[in-house]
Design a protein around this ligand. Structure first.
Ligand SMILES: Nc1ncnc2c1ncn2[C@@H]1O[C@H](COP(=O)(O)OP(=O)(O)OP(=O)(O)O)[C@@H](O)[C@H]1O
Ligand SMILES: [Mg+2]
Length: 243
């Protein structure tokens, strides 16, 4: 469970998050909002990369405000990045293994098992020896997710994992995201512009509109909300992924 209280982030004169109070209790929670709405900034606050001007954040009852990113990782907070962090000159295995090195495994065998399982879970076992620069956009996004599943995650935060994917690839991604709570017991916090992906994955969705909470509730209700549709100007065309 994510509890955010009176959160304000200030970059110079800009407040990308302004007095945000929200509680996310469902297994898979979504976050949508127009470009520049503050979505990545919120994820950066949760993962410790941005220090808020005011307010507090708790995850599963533990206050994490003020903790360094590596301490949060030890608490089971995991994230992916909007621009993937896959090293081009390392193999897929080495990219994922680098996370296991810092995840506090007591022996190499357990670390290797976690790496193997995470790569298999995202469907990339056939790519373990491939260098990062020879992975497709989809494979790089999936590799980012595999990295986030190492160790004992409690909260997995995904920043636009569906960007640049085809519809077939997105369907595979839906299965992966929806399976994460069963795979490792973690809550998932999903940011994406693809409302069909959000609709397919998320039990609840919040909408940020330039730092303010515009809506929060069951995903289908939120996506039908006229205020939300207005924030997206043209509204949404495809809420369903094609069969
Ligand atoms: N480090 C920073 N310094 C100054 N301004 C920043 C910084 N990071 C983000 N911003 C500004 O904060 C606002 C919110 O940015 P953010 O990246 O959180 O938006 P977003 O909702 O993730 O957008 P997108 O959908 O394009 O990814 C923008 O106006 C952005 O320019
Ligand atoms: Mg962003």
């Amino acid at each position: 469970m994510i509890q955010i209280d009176n959160l304000t982030v200030q970059f110079g004169g800009v407040k990308p998050i302004n007095g945000l109070t929200v509680s996310l209790n469902r297994t898979i929670s979504g976050l949508i909002g127009p470009n520049g709405a503050g979505k990545t900034t919120l994820l950066n606050v949760l993962s410790g990369f941005v220090i808020p001007a005011r307010g507090s954040v708790s995850v599963n009852g533990r206050r994490i405000t003020g903790l360094a990113p590596h301490k949060r990782a030890q608490f089971g907070l995991r994230r992916t990045f909007q621009t993937d962090q896959i090293a081009d000159d390392l193999t897929l295995w080495e990219n994922v293994e680098a996370i296991a090195d810092h995840a506090g495994f007591i022996d190499k065998e357990m670390a290797d098992y976690s790496v193997e399982q995470a790569i298999a879970y995202v469907g990339l076992s056939h790519r373990i020896h491939r260098k990062g620069n020879n992975l497709s956009t989809q494979e790089r996004h999936l590799a980012e997710i595999a990295k986030a599943l190492i160790g004992k995650p409690e909260l997995v935060m995904l920043d636009e994992p569906g960007a640049g994917m085809s519809e077939t690839e997105t369907r595979h991604l839906v299965n992966i995201i929806k399976g994460i709570p069963t795979y490792c017991g973690a809550q998932v916090f999903l940011i994406d512009h693809d409302v069909a992906l959000i609709a397919a994955c998320c039990d609840e969705t919040m909408v940020l509109d330039f730092g303010k909470l515009l809506a929060l509730g069951p995903t289908h209700e939120v996506l039908q909300d006229p205020e939300v549709q207005k924030a997206y100007l043209g509204g949404f065309e495809d809420l369903e992924l094609a069969a």
